[in-house]
Design a protein around this ligand. Structure first.
Ligand SMILES: *Cc1c(COP(=O)(O)O)cnc(C)c1O
Length: 338
């Protein structure tokens, strides 16, 4: 089922209008892909899961923080497929505490939870450490943190194919999405061409200028990153394909609010106001109530992304009449933080 592509009807933190004219904001609702599996984690895992169905692993291991959307998604899938799953979780101190709702789900789904300290967690891509884990758990599959491996890009390609069909010939001036490990962004950079959009803007959800660009780059088979200061001017439509150059892309680092899962009053107020406005708009359209759900955001990923978009619109960053596509990557677990 393709996730909906819908216009965002919202004067979110005040206005959706630049001083010089309106900007159209569209949203790809990957938050609606699945009730348990966060949107972009579903996209990133889909190829791996289809491999699992062909060739069932003995035991799967992966990594994440205590509110990891990825571990939650993968734990759910392993449960459904009857595959033993071990989650290596950052934070040894958590062992002494009651499980949070997200970890409780994992545990209920039969996952083994292994809590490790920061130093150990840092070795999550280290070959020797991974070999020792394989042996210790008799595991044959290890999936990196966030599900961010080359296969993840294939799922993002599927998302773009949906957008292309749904947009019905309209080309977006920019695609905006939150960035964590960079794999989702890499999937878009790698597969998006001028028949879908003219530029790609990542919003860093954590502190990592330079580092995050490197992570995206790592997944790209092709040319080096462009870092254009401005979105590209509208071009005559070219029907892009895999052989044409990648689109200009860059990551904005102004809206991480101090780091991963860090917030501020401004951000939490924005999230609250945005969600309230969306609910109100939604309730005012009773005929559509079964067709869509309000766009709800959380402070870890989607909140920062929409906050950034709103700020850029207010700053007049986008040209009048620009069509912007925001990817709502989901993010249920972030909303469960108290
Ligand atoms: C993991 C996650 C991201 C970050 O995706 P990356 O591919 O790691 O950059 C963004 N949004 C949500 C909701 C996520 O769970």
């Amino acid at each position: 089922m393709p996730s909906p592509l819908q216009k965002v009807e919202c004067e979110f933190a005040g206005s959706q209008f630049t001083p010089s004219g309106p900007v159209e904001v569209w949203c790809k609702r990957d938050d609606l892909l699945h009730s348990q599996i966060s949107g972009n984690k579903w996209r990133k895992l889909i190829q791996v899961l289809s491999n699992f169905m062909r060739n069932k692993p003995k035991h799967v291991i992966s990594f994440g923080g205590p509110y990891s959307n990825h571990l939650h998604a993968l734990g759910f899938c392993c449960r459904k497929l009857g595959i033993p799953f071990t989650a290596i979780i950052r934070g040894e101190y958590l062992q002494q505490q009651a499980l949070n709702a997200s970890l409780q789900d994992l545990s209920d789904w039969g996952a083994s939870l292994v809590f490790v300290n920061k130093q150990t967690y840092r070795k999550r891509d280290d070959k020797e450490y991974l070999a020792s884990l394989r042996q210790r758990f008799n595991a044959d599959v290890i999936i990196p943190e966030g599900g961010s491996q080359q296969e993840a890009l294939i799922g993002m390609q599927g998302m773009l194919e949906e957008v292309k069909t749904q947009a019905d010939g309209n080309v977006f001036d920019a695609i905006v999405l939150p960035v964590g490990s960079g794999a989702s962004m890499a999937g878009i950079v790698n597969n998006c061409r001028l028949d879908v959009a003219n530029s790609i803007i990542g919003v860093a959800a954590l502190k990592g200028e330079g580092y995050l660009e490197g992570l995206v780059q790592k997944f790209l088979p092709t040319s080096p990153a462009h870092n254009p200061p401005e979105p590209t001017p509208p071009t005559t439509p070219i029907h892009g394909n895999k052989d044409t150059p990648i689109l200009p892309w860059h990551i904005n680092h102004d809206f991480h609010f101090g780091g991963y899962a860090k917030s501020s009053t401004a951000l939490s107020n924005f999230v609250t106001r945005f969600n309230a406005a969306q609910k109100k708009i939604h309730e005012a359209r009773p005929t559509d109530i079964n067709k869509d759900t309000p766009i709800l955001i959380e402070p870890v990923y989607s909140g920062k992304c929409f906050y950034a978009l709103n700020a850029l619109i207010e700053q007049g960053y986008f040209k009048p009449h620009s069509k912007i596509l925001v990817i709502h990557t989901g993010g249920l677990q972030g909303a469960r933080r108290s």
